[in-house]
Design a protein around this ligand. Structure first.
Ligand SMILES: [Zn+2]
Length: 244
């Protein structure tokens, strides 16, 4: 879910385009057939979910435009990407109708819900989304804290790490192992940093959203007292998309 008031649709479009780009990079190449079709506005696997009968997006809209559509595989590309602009206009019943689909989507389904205020969405929907806030652009505090060099290293190197590299980098996470609160606070800061990357360079939204999702999952594992080392190493590999 993208929340806020700054360039939500632009960011969603950049992400959707990059997801199906045949060059497979973090940013859409702009020249492959998928990118060119996207720019023409007729991409067969990108769906803009909108209200058809009233100003609200109703259950019927969700059934026809999302649920029925998810019953078949993508037409030509890897993902079916559903962009739900003004997601806060989904009626509560429509949000409920979406739940199952966004909770256990087929692997080809990607849902981008855009909302001015994340609070306007049902908690059950929010809890199934990675929330990237696009407003409230406060400068990231660059103060030279103990965590700062580590976060920089993750952001600069995670996309190049193999398993051995992830194990090496994990060593620097070891000092945060003793207290769950400290570890979670570190992950929150890392999440914030990827949020800042998302806001400042929408072209990297695919990478930043993937990283945000990996960090959220890792916090979840830690909150259930999962294995710290394994969780962090997996997170680093997921940020680099070496593991889905
Ligand atoms: Zn492309």
């Amino acid at each position: 879910m993208l929340a806020g008031n700054v360039g939500l649709l632009d960011t969603a479009n950049a992400f959707a385009k990059a997801l199906n780009c045949l060059a497979g990079g973090e940013v859409a190449c702009g020249t492959c057939i998928s990118c060119r079709v996207f720019e023409s506005g007729n991409h067969p696997d990108t769906f803009y979910v909108a209200a058809t009968e009233t100003k609200s997006i109703g259950v019927g809209d969700v059934r026809v435009q999302v649920i029925d559509e998810m019953a078949t595989r993508p037409f030509s590309y890897r993902y079916k990407v559903f962009i739900i602009d003004k997601a806060e206009t989904l009626t509560p019943a429509a949000q409920n109708a979406l739940l199952k689909t966004i909770e256990e989507p087929a692997p080809f389904g990607v849902f981008l819900l855009l909302a001015d205020k994340v609070e306007s969405m049902l908690e059950t929907v929010r809890s199934r989304c990675v929330v990237a806030k696009m407003d409230d652009i406060s400068p990231v505090n660059e103060a030279n804290t103990a965590e700062e060099p580590l976060m920089r290293e993750v952001i600069d190197t995670a996309h190049t790490l193999d398993i051995l590299g992830a194990m090496m980098l994990y060593k620097k996470f070891e000092p945060f192992k003793e207290s769950k609160e400290t570890a979670v606070a570190l992950l929150d800061k890392l999440y914030e940093r990827y949020g800042a990357i998302l806001r400042s360079s929408p072209g990297y939204s695919g990478h930043a959203i993937r990283a945000a999702r990996a960090i959220t999952q890792t916090k979840e594992i830690l909150s259930h007292n999962g294995n710290y080392q394994l969780a962090i190493e997996l997170m680093l590999l997921k940020i680099g998309a070496h593991i889905a």
